[in-house]
Design a protein around this ligand. Structure first.
Ligand code: NAD
Length: 494
């Protein structure tokens, strides 16, 4: 099977100079080859988006909204097909893929409110006879660059809001699971989106660099790992673009001694091993505050023994494989490093036996993990959960705040005052109080702090509309001829 670019409302049929392999992670087999863009295809995609821009920015809000409503209905009707595509290339279980699509639909629904969101302000008589008003205008062509782990949701964090605001888009999805983006582009076309308003460009660094340096691209929304996010932010901004670049994460879940430990253990397992830990909001470190560490670790380990690992298309599976063989090897090497550094390996997932030859690693649990260990400091992005012990609330808070990432965090407690203190003191962008994965709903915005976000604007919601528009303020006076017209500051008859 060949997966190609979607440019100007149709599949690209040229000859690709380079292609990449797309695997079924559950079997390890190559399921498709994806075309990689060179400079020529970057120019074609950006050119199509630039040509579509004047017509799209002048398309009425009502017409744009109708297309988004139609897209919402199509996405909802075809969600099972999309979930299967996601599972076939990413590996996550279909129920999890369905969850990602549900969160994506939230963002489409939010974008359907564009007419409300794009209302400007108006001040009558700012001065006598002078009115002042503001207009939110689209930027032009915007680039969206997305990671492998949410192949439908992350593109849809940006695309609906960007087009609702009147921009045209070039989407560069992950080359590891590119089909979901093409499916989305086809559905949008079916919903009535004109050719060129959304283009999908596949590829790697060449495609990304092409977007980062193209003068017609006015803004970049990026989601991926921290080193690439930093690079995209620095390169994009030095090329004069507006950039929001969301990076990696290492999320802590603090469990205070008064917490409901069964609830906390359930949360740790679902947030640690859901999607095989390949989530930027996955819980990676549980911070157990004395004296509940031993009891909590036992409860987590007991639940892990019941986790069903298997092919994501099997409805009984709760956790699928890792995305590629290279990623499986990298995550496995962290488990080796954890053992070498002296952490207590409570559950070892390295020898898991699953039929099919895919990229498997079972759920793994370490206890007595300390801050100098690589399993503590690094984003592993796999099914490896660490438990660190803390002597007090303050020690736990200091651990969280000393981290270099600041994406998500959670606290489990029944003490409202402690929870309120935590929400105030913790240096992280998204906080859950007895909620392990506090991904904001579509009418708030998503973003971390520190090394989890470069730029000052979070993704989607109100900040998404802010990112995808620039404001113009008009000051107007309509002179009354009987009053002698406007004083332009120079003699009338000169
Ligand atoms: P990645 O950084 O490897 O890739 C992200 C995108 O950048 C892809 O489209 C890829 O093709 C491109 N890319 C890769 N290397 C590049 C290079 N050298 N130059 C230019 N472009 C390059 O990330 P990934 O492995 O696809 O995704 C996992 C990462 O994404 C994790 O670190 C995870 O935490 C992060 N993530 C963050 C969020 C968030 O909201 N903060 C959400 C999802 C994923």
């Amino acid at each position: 099977m060949r997966i190609s670019h979607w440019i100007d409302g149709k599949s690209w049929t040229g000859d690709a100079e380079r292609t990449g392999e797309v695997f079924d992670p559950a079997t390890g087999e190559v399921r498709a080859h994806v075309d990689f863009a060179g400079d020529g295809q970057v120019a074609e995609a950006v050119g199509a988006a630039a040509r579509a821009f004047p017509g799209w920015r002048d398309t009425s809000l009502a017409a744009r909204t109708r297309i988004l409503f139609a897209f919402r209905e199509l996405l909802s009707a075809r969600k099972d097909d999309l979930a299967k595509i996601i599972t076939s290339e990413h590996g996550k279980v279909e129920s999890d893929a369905a969850g990602e699509i549900a969160r994506a639909i939230e963002n489409v629904e939010y974008a359907c409110g564009a007419a409300q969101m794009l209302k400007g302000g108006f001040s009558e008589n700012a001065s006598r006879g002078v009115d002042v008003f503001s207009i939110a205008q689209p930027l032009g062509v915007v680039g969206v660059i997305s990671p492998f782990n949410f192949p439908a949701m992350v593109p849809l964090w940006f695309v609906p809001n960007a087009i609702a605001c009147g921009n045209t888009v070039v989407l560069k999805p992950s080359e590891k699971d590119p089909s979901a983006s093409v499916f989305i582009a086809e559905l949008l076309a079916e919903a009535g989106l004109p050719p060129g308003v959304l283009n999908v460009l596949h590829g790697d660094k060449v495609a990304v660099d092409g977007l980062l340096t193209h003068p017609e691209v006015k803004a970049i929304s990026f989601v991926g790992s921290t080193p690439i996010a930093r690079y995209v932010y620095e390169t994009g901004t030095s090329n004069g673009k507006r950039v929001q670049a969301l990076g990696g994460a290492k999320n802590h879940m603090v469990v205070l001694p008064d917490a409901d430990l069964d609830l906390a253990a359930d949360a740790a397992v679902s947030a640690g091993f859901g999607s095989a830990g390949e989530r930027c909001m996955a819980v990676s470190v549980v911070v157990a505050v004395d004296p509940i560490g031993d009891e909590l670790v036992a409860k987590i380990a007991e639940r892990m023994s019941r986790l069903r690992v298997g092919n994501g298309h099997d409805p009984d599976s709760e956790m699928g494989p890792l995305v590629t063989s290279a990623h499986r090897a990298k995550v496995g090497s962290y488990v080796d490093a954890g053992v070498d550094s002296g952490a207590t390996l409570v559950v070892d997932g390295r020898d898991i036996a699953v039929e099919g030859g895919g990229f498997w690693l079972g759920p793994t649990l370490f206890d007595h993990v300390t801050p100098e260990m690589s399993i503590y400091t690094d984003e592993i992005f796999g099914p490896v959960l660490s438990v660190a012990r803390a002597g007090s609330y303050d020690a736990a808070l200091n651990l969280v705040n000393a981290g270099s990432y600041g994406n998500g965090t959670a606290i489990f407690t029944n003490d409202g005052r402690a929870a309120r203190r935590f929400q105030n003191e913790v240096e992280v962008g998204m906080v859950g109080l007895n909620v392990p994965i506090p991904v904001p709903v579509g009418y708030y915005s998503f973003g971390g702090w520190k090394n989890s976000l470069f730029g000052d604007t979070h993704a989607y919601g109100p900040e998404g509309f802010h990112f995808f528009t620039r404001t113009k303020v008009v000051t107007s006076r309509w002179p009354d001829p009987s009053q002698g017209g406007i004083n332009l500051g120079f003699p009338r008859n000169s």
